[in-house]
Design a protein around this ligand. Structure first.
Ligand code: ZN
Ligand code: ZN
Length: 164
C-alpha cells in the first residue's frame, strides 16, 4: 500500500510503497524516544526505497546518532528530519539498502489497526525511561531486540501486503 507522509510544517512531503505498514513495534531506546520526541517510544514502519518520492528534499536533514557515548561509535542508519520544523520522517541504513524506515508519526494516510495486547511489540525495554509504563499483560516485551523482523512479523500475522 502507498503511504503518504509529511513533516508538521509540510515543507517536506513523501510517498512510499509499504508491504509492512502495521505500526506494531514500539522502540523505547534512548535515541528513538529523544529524536522522535513526545512520548516514550517511536514506531518504525518499512517501505520500499525504490518507490520513495520526496518533495521539499532541500529541507531534509540527516542525523547519524551516537550509539555509544563512551566510544563515540555511530549508528549505521541516518535519521532524516525536516530542518524547518524538526519533525522526524524516516531512517535509512545502507546495510538495508532496499528499504527506508518511515516513522508512524510522519504518516498521514491510515495505517492498519492493531490489538494492543496481541499484536504490539515493546522493544529495547532495558533502556526505556523510568516514567514509561509498559502493560504487564502484553506477551511481546523484549529487553533488547525482538524475536522477528518487521517483515517476518507481517508474514506471520497475515499482514504482509503483496500487491503493489
Ligand atoms: Zn517541516
Ligand atoms: Zn530505538
Amino acid at each position: 500500500m502507498e503511504l503518504k507522509g509529511s513533516c508538521h510544517c509540510e515543507k517536506v512531503q513523501f510517498k512510499v510503497v509499504s508491504q509492512t505498514p502495521a505500526p506494531f513495534m514500539r522502540c523505547y531506546c534512548s535515541i528513538c524516544r529523544k529524536c522522535q520526541g513526545g512520548g516514550g517510544y517511536a514506531i518504525n514502519l518499512m517501505g520500499l526505497k525504490k518507490t520513495l518520492q520526496i518533495t521539499g528534499e532541500e529541507h531534509l536533514k540527516g542525523y547519524k546518532a551516537i550509539r555509544d557515548k563512551r566510544t563515540g561509535e555511530l549508528c549505521g542508519n541516518t535519521r532524516y528530519f525536516c530542518g524547518e520544523c524538526g519533525s522526524h520522517l524516516y531512517a535509512h541504513d545502507p546495510k538495508y539498502e532496499d528499504y527506508i524506515y518511515p516513522y508512524a508519526s510522519a504518516i498521514d494516510t491510515p495505517l492498519p489497526e492493531l490489538d494492543p495486547q496481541a499484536d504490539v511489540y515493546h522493544i529495547m525495554i532495558g533502556s526505556k525511561a523510568d516514567w514509561v509504563n509498559v502493560n504487564d499483560n502484553n506477551k511481546h516485551v523484549f529487553n533488547e531486540y525482538p524475536d522477528c523482523s518487521l517483515e517476518e512479523w507481517h508474514k506471520k500475522n497475515d499482514r504482509f501486503v503483496k500487491d503493489q
